[in-house]
Design a protein around this ligand. Structure first.
Ligand code: PMP
Length: 434
């Protein structure tokens, strides 16, 4: 989509915010809450909260085991949620959907199960410079355990992966490429299908971190051609404590389970076991029952609105934010410019640094105005090192944010910069002064 089209994109229903009771509050006295921290964790609509309450009030018991009515209802709800996820991501089979605790748990599961079975000394694991620590550390740990080598696909200065150089990095030794669909710091939307295509041709397995894409744009694992894909419930209007690992059937079948315990077995003997079929093989112990059911409700909610509309709405907010924030003196916006590259290059977040004050002070001063943003390294320390900064401030948007909230952010930020602008005076004003 071109930027002009994004600006004109039909906005979502005005009464949509009424679904999110938490947003209808003031903070610090009379400041309306402007919640711009959904990339860390989104808010959830009443429909999802109701699904959790309904489960605990009417249908809760442990799943798959009990021959009683509550267990049957809970099992039905849990398995229905799995089928909803299957449709949501375009998987071929429901048993390719594994419920986990979140993206981090999903990626660790791949590293421990598929990784330990398939990666050896001297093999190469290809990552990118814009990965979240959740898509770095499990691979570093795998490399430590196996003697494999970690490499990085290069990135341009403005935060675009150099996909045209991917061929150089897919060597005979490359076993796996793990990369994010959307950068949680830069906002860059990566060409997932193209990376997967090249990897597949080279016989390399792909792991897609969809934590920041699944909530905001349509996902189709078959069209993307990925082998594994991970995302979290709490970033897409669902509860925390539940996430998804998608794996292609053939790969999951051939992969030994990582966590051992109840539910993941077919038969246990004195000294050995045989694993259960998919998906139970990868769901040891009591799973996140009510959270998974509520994740199903979140998917219903998002699909009723439409992921395309949500994405278009966020692109319009990004276009507005980019225009308003670029006008602030002393600001550096991180990631590729949507003006230069078009709206499709970015998802719904904008990170920035000001020449002064520090990112944490900015977040505190914005919070004083009711504007909730995130400051720090956003679990992307290597990326911040490459950008030559230690921290940034991130405003992230979701379906419930409005153009008026982008204006509130821009006005508050302009006010912060104005107070801290170089005055010629010797003494630097400190955040405590305000
Ligand atoms: N990857 C990315 C790109 C993320 O933004 C996040 C969450 N900040 C994660 C992984 C980790 O997700 P979780 O904490 O839900 O496991």
């Amino acid at each position: 989509m071109r930027l002009a089209e994004a600006n004109n994109a039909a906005l979502l229903p005005e009464n949509l915010r009424d679904d999110f009771p938490i947003l209808a509050q003031t903070v610090h006295g009379d400041k309306p809450l402007v919640f711009l921290d959904s990339a860390a964790s989104s808010q959830r609509p009443r429909q999802v909260i109701d699904a959790i309450v309904h489960c605990y009030e009417h249908d809760y018991a442990n799943v798959h085991r009990g021959i009683h009515v509550l267990s049957e209802r809970a099992t039905d709800g849990y398995e229905l949620a799995r089928r909803k996820v299957k449709e949501f991501i375009g998987a071929e089979h429901a048993h390719e959907v594994i419920f986990t605790a979140g993206t981090t748990a999903s990626i660790n599961t791949v590293a421990r199960s598929w990784g330990d079975a398939n990666v050896g000394a001297g093999d190469e694991i290809l990552l990118t410079p814009m990965e979240h620590h959740s898509n770095l550390v499990p691979w570093f740990q795998l490399a430590e355990r196996t003697g494999a080598v970690v490499r990085h696909l290069p990135m341009t200065a403005e935060g675009l992966l150099e996909v045209d150089r991917l061929g150089e990095f897919l060597t005979d030794k490359t076993k796996l490429v793990a990369f994010t669909a959307v950068s949680n710091t830069l906002g860059t939307v990566n060409p997932v299908a193209e990376i997967c295509r090249q990897a597949r041709e080279a016989g390399v397995v792909t792991v897609v971190d969809a934590a920041q894409s699944a909530p905001h744009m349509a996902t189709d694992v078959q069209a993307l051609g990925c082998d594994f894909l991970a995302f979290s419930g709490h970033k897409l209007c669902g509860p925390s404590g539940v996430g998804v690992l998608y794996g292609r059937e053939a790969l999951l079948e051939a992969t030994p389970p990582f966590l051992g315990g109840g539910s993941m077995i077919n038969r246990v003997y004195d000294d050995r076991f045989t694993p259960a079929d998919l998906p139970a093989k990868f769901e040891a112990g009591t799973p996140p029952i009510a959270p998974a059911i509520a994740l199903g409700a979140a998917i219903d909610y998002l699909q009723a609105i439409g992921l395309e509309r949500i994405h278009a709405h966020e692109q319009a907010l990004v276009a507005q934010a980019w225009e308003r924030l670029s006008a602030i003196e002393g600001i550096r916006l991180l990631g590729p410019s949507p003006v230069e590259h078009g709206a499709d290059i970015r998802a719904g977040l904008v990170s920035f640094v000001l020449d002064r004050p520090h990112a944490h002070d900015i977040a505190q001063l914005l919070d004083n105005e009711g504007v909730a943003v995130r400051a720090g390294h956003h679990c992307t320390q290597p990326l911040h090192d490459r950008l030559g900064i230690t921290a940034s401030t991130r405003a992230s948007f979701y379906l419930y944010n409005t153009p008026a909230e982008i204006d509130a952010l821009a006005d508050a930020l302009a006010g912060v910069r104005e107070r801290f602008k170089p005055s010629g005076r010797k003494r630097r004003r400190r955040v405590e002064d305000f």
